[in-house]
Design a protein around this ligand. Structure first.
Ligand SMILES: NC(=O)c1ccc[n+]([C@@H]2O[C@H](COP(=O)([O-])OP(=O)(O)OC[C@H]3O[C@@H](n4cnc5c(N)ncnc54)[C@H](O)[C@@H]3O)[C@@H](O)[C@H]2O)c1
Length: 256
């Protein structure tokens, strides 16, 4: 299966690292970026191609992964689905717009395509999916990041709550930081309660999830090392994308 990638930054670069190390068994065939140099840099590492535009990328790919921005999702995913290509979306925050979510779901159905949303930088989405078979009564996410990861500067050592509210609002205000709240909301069917804290005392991006429902109760804490190329992005996000691509090829599928 030929994979095309939109967005050649930290996540795409980590995918290329995995291919080079022999850990990702996927044909990353073609790269596209608003900055052609970024696409060229990654393509040249694994002898892949550079797409001149989205039509060229669609022509050269069987499945297309977005790893660019929410705007890239909104501008390109409907068109790609109309051209009958499966998609993987990293900038999941775009799907918190219900009208957009329903539109791409409908397009995928009409064109017999799949839309894959990797777990990303959190833990426990398999459990949330399973819990949703019963009744989920409460979900919350507390995200704690070093100020630099949130693009703010704080004087002193005191933490600061930057946001408290629903995921649908959080993804608009922090489009590059809180995609996981969207993944959690979509999996649970609830617009999740989100708290975002800038904490000068920590090094890692930390996501703490609490879930309650008819299954019982769950708490997970993921303490993420940042991607080496982008402090806003956790390394685990790219690991998760790579794992999903590997899973597409696997005979034995582990986890729900
Ligand atoms: N789902 C998750 O858990 C999760 C976790 C981390 C990051 N993300 C999201 O994944 C996306 C990629 O993250 P990253 O760290 O690789 O970003 P990055 O900033 O390192 O790289 C993004 C690349 O995309 C390119 N780009 C931006 N808009 C584009 C467009 N419209 N068309 C083509 N190229 C475009 C940029 O030039 C850049 O090279 C971001 O939106 C980020 O918020 C999701």
């Amino acid at each position: 299966m030929k994979i095309g990638i939109i967005g050649c930054g930290a996540i795409a670069s980590a995918l290329v690292d995995f291919v080079e190390k022999g850990k990702l068994d996927a044909n990353l065939h073609c790269f596209y970026d608003l900055s052609p140099e970024n696409a060229q840099k990654l393509a040249s590492r694994i002898d892949a191609q550079v797409a001149s535009d989205i039509d060229d990328l669609i022509e050269k790919s069987d499945l297309i992964m977005e790893a660019a921005s929410q705007q890239a999702v909104i501008s390109n995913i409907p068109y790609i689905l109309e051209h009958k290509r499966d998609v993987v979306i990293m900038s999941v925050g775009a799907l918190m717009d219900k009208e957009f979510h329903d539109r791409i779901q409908q397009l995928a159905k009409e064109n017999k395509c799949k839309i894959y949303l990797p777990t990303g930088a959190i833990t426990g989405i398999d459990t949330v999916n399973a819990a949703n078979m019963g009744k989920i009564t409460q979900v919350s996410l507390t995200t704690r990041k070093p100020p630099v990861s949130l693009g703010v500067h704080l004087d002193g050592e005191d933490e600061k709550v930057l946001f408290e509210g629903k995921a649908s609002e959080a993804v608009k205000l922090f489009p590059k930081n809180i995609n996981v709240s969207s993944t959690l909301s979509l999996a649970s069917g609830i617009d999740v309660d989100v708290k975002i804290i800038a904490d000068p005392k920590i090094k890692n991006n930390t996501h703490e999830i609490h879930l309650k429902g008819s299954f019982g109760e769950l708490t997970t804490i993921t303490s993420n090392v940042s991607s080496k190329n982008n402090p806003k992005t956790s390394a685990l996000a790219a690991y998760s994308a790579a794992s999903l691509l590997n899973k597409l090829n696997k005979t034995i599928q582990i986890g729900s």
